[in-house]
Design a protein around this ligand. Structure first.
Ligand code: C2E
Ligand code: MG
Ligand code: MG
Ligand code: MG
Length: 286
């Protein structure tokens, strides 16, 4: 009997694996078409000042809304695009779209906020990727401060010489470079000495339980301190409640990003927000 049950379990997992592979194959083959058909869009999630509550920065996050079904998360389709190589076209589209949006907002008089886009490791393996990013900014008449990039620690560690040179050039031109998901990579802290960065984004996992778990709090406190001592702006990701916000303010974190204030939103909603028609949750005054 045990043998039979075991076999049933194996078959169950084989089926799940099979379904998963079929879905991946389907999404991967649909993605390019989706890009061509305008099924992809950028949403923007505000980062607010921990002190004033003002919107300082917007993180651009890709969304795929297929006409035939529910929205698909970038966490699912970005890895597929990396594997197929479509990430290069997709990445170009994101840069172009972010620039286009920022130009439109500047023209409407919204001058304060910056936009950051995510760049994945595979994107930087294409020669000249960062040069092209700078050129796109210039072509749109944007200043270096208008659009920044987010890279994970692993990307910085694995970057080759030419990519590092490009990153330093961006850095010296005043383009913002944030280290995304800080603290969850496999890297030692020493890389912080050698790589260009202007900001640290502390991963959500350290924020989540910090108000109640002393060890999480200690790590969070240490990360913010390291960031500040290195002259970096510190951003907290995934802030979902008032307790987390209050702690982060006590620890002098600079910027707050998370559902407690705002979810990622389409450009139109951001615009209403920037126009001051829609308020935040009032977390800072309360
Ligand atoms: P990320 O860069 O770390 O982005 C932050 C993620 O956290 C986003 O997920 C955002 O929706 C989510 N988030 C923000 N606040 C909260 C919160 O309070 N609670 C929780 N539970 N989650 C929160 P999203 O949009 O699903 O993106 C997932 C990942 O996909 C991103 O992680 C990024 O690595 C990648 N990604 C998204 N857009 C792009 C893109 O244009 N290019 C590239 N290369 N990667 C992208
Ligand atoms: Mg990010
Ligand atoms: Mg992140
Ligand atoms: Mg993250």
């Amino acid at each position: 009997r045990a043998k039979l049950e075991g076999r049933g379990t194996v078959r169950f997992f084989q089926q799940k694996l099979h379904d998963e592979l079929v879905r991946q194959h389907y999404l991967s083959s649909r993605l390019e078409e989706a890009l061509d058909n305008g099924e992809l869009s950028l949403h923007f999630q505000p980062q607010v000042s921990a002190v004033s509550g003002g919107i300082e920065n917007l993180e651009a996050l890709l969304r795929w809304e297929p006409p035939e079904g529910p929205t698909i998360s970038p966490a699912e389709f970005i890895p597929l695009a990396e594997r197929s190589g479509l990430i290069h076209r997709l990445g170009d589209w994101v840069i172009e779209e972010a620039c286009h949006q920022q130009v439109a907002w500047r023209a409407k008089g919204f001058h304060r906020h910056r936009i950051d886009i995510n760049i994945s490791g595979r994107q930087l393996t294409r020669p000249g990727a960062l040069k092209r990013f700078e050129d796109t900014l210039q072509r749109h008449g944007l200043a270096p401060q208008d659009i920044g990039i987010e890279l994970t620690e692993n990307i910085l560690i694995e970057a080759d010489e030419t990519v590092l040179e490009d990153l330093w050039r961006l850095y010296h031109r005043g383009i913002r470079i944030a280290i995304d998901d800080f603290g969850i990579g496999y890297s030692s802290l020493s890389y912080l000495k050698h790589f260009p960065a202007t900001a640290l984004k502390i991963d959500r996992s350290f924020i989540q339980d910090a108000p109640t778990q002393p060890k999480d709090r200690a790590i969070l406190e240490g990360a913010i301190l390291i960031g500040h001592r290195l002259g970096l702006e510190v951003v907290a990701e995934g802030v979902e409640n008032a307790e987390q916000l209050s702690l982060l303010r006590d620890l002098h974190c600079d910027l707050i990003q998370g559902f407690f204030f705002f979810r990622p939103m389409p450009a139109q909603e951001i615009e209403r927000l920037l126009s001051g028609f829609v308020g935040g949750p009032g977390g800072l005054s309360g």
